[in-house]
Design a protein around this ligand. Sequence first.
Ligand code: NAP
Length: 306
Amino acid sequence: MSIVGWFKSKGPSGFGYTSTAEEVTAGLDLAGKKILVTGCNSGLGLEAMRVLALRGATVLGTARTVEKAKAAGEGLKTPIVPLACELSDPASVRACVAEVKRQGHVLDAVICNAGIMALPKRETIHGLELQFFTNHIGHFMLVTGLLDSLAETGRVVMLSSSAHTMAPKVGIAFDDLDASKSYSGWTNYGQSKIANLLFAKELSRRFAGTKKTANAVHPGVIRTNLGRHMNPVMTFVFNVFGGIATKNVHEGAATEVWAATNPSLATVSGEYMADCNLAKCRADANDPAIAKRLWEVSEGIVAKLP
Ligand SMILES: NC(=O)c1ccc[n+]([C@@H]2O[C@H](COP(=O)([O-])OP(=O)(O)OC[C@H]3O[C@@H](n4cnc5c(N)ncnc54)[C@H](OP(=O)(O)O)[C@@H]3O)[C@@H](O)[C@H]2O)c1
């Protein structure tokens, strides 16, 4: 098959690399559905929110500030519920959970989309490496806080990445969560993304016996604001070759939207998905012992946060 043919080919779901969020939701009526999307003001989150609203869903769009969320939701087909959720600030995450509950929302899906990538220098917050805290701990707090607000058939979708394969050999460096022994922007990003995957798998196990599901997705490689922290050489390479080897945001938002809404996935849980199909992840991302330990360590961390 030619390269162009491969890009255009479809997998068993009937969708593929070039499918867009609009295409994977074509014909779906999401009126009455409530879907929370983190990081709704930029890149994939903004496109996911637009398309979900286009199909009639009420999106609870979170951004670092409520003003950013409000601005992002302006002019959409269905009005959004704007919320503040600064993932590196435990008080903000708790306040977001409390506000969702106060407003009495029952959530059909939670899409944990927000994230930061490849910080060139080690940064910490609350004693933990910043990407691990923002991408994993912040979302761990949010999702575990909202479990009671999930609908009977609620879905949790974690934005992981193929970069989870860059995580340390041990999966999660439990003895170095502040990265004081070793730091690399990509390895630590990879660790945060394998954490997103392990969390989805463990949550799926904890959902056993219910109709709730949890899955993780790789959206593809898309030029968004995510690259803003990359060093100048990487940015140059990305900009030169990016047009050829990347998806656009319409394609990039497709897998998360598909995972959150496609009727054929009602009982699919604990999976890793890419290009709107099931995919294979790194072997240790399937290890229930690591996932259980990560859950317990995360609970311990959250219990001590201010
Ligand atoms: N783009 C890719 O190639 C790619 C590949 C694999 C995986 N992913 C994953 O896809 C997801 C979306 O990425 P994207 O490409 O759409 O990136 P993006 O355009 O940079 O959007 C990221 C979003 O996350 C928000 N965010 C960052 N730090 C936050 C914090 N501390 N608290 C709350 N929100 C925060 C950003 O808010 P601000 O705008 O206020 O900073 C923004 O809304 C990420 O989880 C990323 O890891 C992306």
